[in-house]
Design a binder for this molecule. Sequence first.
Ligand code: ADP
Ligand code: MG
Length: 242
Amino acid sequence: MTLVCVKDLHKSFGELEVLKGVDLDVASGEVVAIIGRSGSGKSTLLRCLNQLEQHDGGTIEIAGQHLDAGAMTPNDLSRNVGMVFQSFNLFPHKTVGDNVMLAPTVVRGVDKTVAERLAREVLDKVGMLEKFDAYPAQLSGGQQQRVAIARALAMNPKVLLCDEVTSALDPELVGEVLRVLEALAKEGMTLILVTHEMKFAHDVADRVVFMHQGRIHEQGPPRTLFEHPETSELKQFISAIL
Ligand code: ADP
Ligand code: MG
């Protein structure tokens, strides 16, 4: 089943055309890794999917609902789409548990006891349950990012968007976050990840999408893409990062 359907997506910032016609279908349960040079439009694509940016042309359909027709309220959207960023953005004056419970209680009006049960469940899933009462500053970057993932999961999204979620972490903390994402992928979570972790993309993604100058330039199964790149742009990109 197609969960995310993007057709001919266009987005400009003033004169700068950042997305020049992106077509992307993502199936339910699929793990898609988006790679590409800085400035190629990866974040803008994710931000359009999450409606943090309004696209100027083309269509986005998520779980059968059009994002552009004004038919989807922010509440509908948060029901379908979760997003995790490079910077964890936890509220520093709230405990881990409160950070995770915030959106379900405030956005969705979930009862506090139900929200707490849900928060414990998702924190357990990312291995952070024992830090329920801790404050973000008491956690490592990797732990904070795992809490940020739990916070997104607490809204029970159909698809989780991850924008370079390990890029701000010290190298020794990257693994614990990638392991959480890998476990989610194994559980059947639909994931669209912008990542520089090529080994992770290679091992975990079902499909790798290479963006170049606002378009999907090449895509395919990880092994095909990494071992037999076709375009000179992808060849260059791969040789630059290896
Ligand atoms: P990537 O994530 O692949 O590095 P981005 O999608 O962040 O690329 O950015 C693509 C281009 O769009 C860059 O040239 C960037 O400077 C520009 N851009 C992104 N967001 C904005 C914005 N809010 N206003 C103006 N320009 C932007
Ligand atoms: Mg980016």
